[in-house]
Design a binder for this molecule. Structure first.
Ligand code: NAD
Ligand code: UFG
Length: 350
């Protein structure tokens, strides 16, 4: 820590500046709105490797005032130190990372460098600047193949891809750090399947190329960009044979971060699931989407996708007890808001 620099750890109800690494991305941009709604100032830090700067103006339109944005990489410790000091950051919500499971198998070193080395550089900078409050974007991927459902935070941890390994490695690093120094207050938020978009239709998920994930692909089929959805597996031991996941509206997920920030002072290093507790099959998602939006989503059942699990859904009771948080939005809301976003000019790169 720099001589004379006070520890700026404690979250108070006073307006504070919150650094969002990866803040221009899908989840970060929704968190920026919730942070502002909670009375704090979001400061977005992003190298734009998987997002566009145009989101900043749209966010300002939603929030009703300019949004601070710094283009930078989390591996650039000096720049992070500068931002932490200049903006008097009280807490970091750390989302920046690469997240494509398949790509991580092809490019493991890129994932370890970006996600793990990047987090290490960022933590060093936080330590140097006396900022010890951190909310980390972890994932249900750290549970590997589910051994019991619903998944509680005490479920054994494992990883089935380099991406998952990086999340697990970061969780271990953060635990070690919290043991070494009681000034750290860390919350590991393990997200289930975030989908949907802000109800304004101005921000949402905008993947490059052919989407890997279910909802973005459903949206492209509904919009006529692809002829049909390939449903990866119709012979799973589930009620309709298709895979089951815990889809969570991204605005609910974003609110979970503000709830976690408020309780950080009571935590050393704590893992908390963010999910609805309800599993939905691929076909249930397709049917809900067709019903609320009045559009057809043609599909064909294909072979299983390698590496997919049968079912995965959260036990979200720790989030309720520790954070006073639970989801408010339904699968129908997720489908309606995602489709509103898909139809907006912003989703088409305008
Ligand atoms: P996203 O790709 O939309 O957002 C991530 C942002 O981080 C992007 O804007 C990207 O440009 C930025 N970024 C990446 N590497 C960076 C670096 N080195 N320096 C600075 N910025 C960098 O992804 P998202 O869906 O918003 O995910 C956010 C976080 O949540 C990620 O850490 C992801 O692993 C985690 N997560 C996502 C999901 C999901 O299904 N979307 C599920 C579980 C966990
Ligand atoms: N699916 C299809 N067709 C598609 C895409 C997906 O049938 O075109 C199915 C999958 O087989 C699975 C379900 O839809 O049954 C959900 O698949 P996603 O790819 O949307 O999500 P996953 O649960 O496979 O993975 C996501 C993130 C991971 C993260 C994991 C747990 O992509 O990064 O949730 O949080 F690790």
């Amino acid at each position: 820590m720099v001589q004379g620099e006070a520890d700026v750890n404690a979250m108070t109800s006073e307006p504070q500046s919150i650094l969002l690494t990866g803040g221009a991305g899908f989840i970060g941009s929704h968190i920026a709105i919730e942070v502002a709604r909670g009375g704090h100032r979001p400061v977005l830090y992003d190298n734009l490797c998987n997002s566009k700067s145009s989101v900043i103006d749209r966010l300002a339109g939603i929030i009703g005032r300019p949004v601070a944005f710094v283009r930078g990489d989390i591996r650039d410790g000096d720049l992070i130190r500068k931002v932490l000091r200049e903006h008097r950051i009280a807490c970091v919500i750390h989302l920046a990372g690469l997240k494509a499971v398949g790509e991580s198998v092809q490019k493991p070193l890129e994932y370890w460098d970006n996600n793990v080395v990047g987090t290490l550089r960022m933590l060093e900078a936080m330590n140097d600047c006396g900022v010890h409050s951190l909310v980390f974007s972890s994932s249900a991927t750290v549970y590997g193949e589910p051994r019991q459902l619903p998944i509680t935070e005490s479920h054994p941890l494992s990883a089935t891809s380099p991406y998952g390994q990086t999340k697990l490695a970061i969780e271990h690093m953060l635990r070690d750090l919290s043991v070494s120094d009681p000034r750290w207050h860390i919350c590991l938020l393990r997200y289930f399947n975030p989908v949907g978009a802000h109800e304004s239709g101005l921000i949402g998920e905008d993947p490059n190329g052919i989407p890997n994930n279910l909802m973005p692909f459903v949206l492209r089929v509904a919009a006529g960009q692809f002829k049909e959805l390939g449903v990866w597996g119709g012979d799973y031991p589930t009620p309709d044979g298709t895979g089951v996941r815990d889809y969570i509206h991204v605005v609910d997920l974003a609110a979970g971060h503000v709830a976690a920030m408020r309780k950080l002072d009571t935590m050393r290093c704590e893992a908390i699931n963010l999910g609805t507790g309800r599993g939905s099959s691929v076909l249930e998602v397709v049917k809900a989407f067709e019903k609320v939006n009045g559009v057809k989503v043609p599909f064909t059942i294909r072979d299983r996708r390698p590496g997919d699990v049968t079912s995965c859904y959260a036990d979200p009771s720790v989030a309720l007890h520790r954070l006073g948080w639970k989801t408010q939005r339904s699968l129908e809301d997720m489908c309606r808001d995602a489709w509103r976003w898909q139809q907006s000019p912003a989703a088409r790169g305008n």
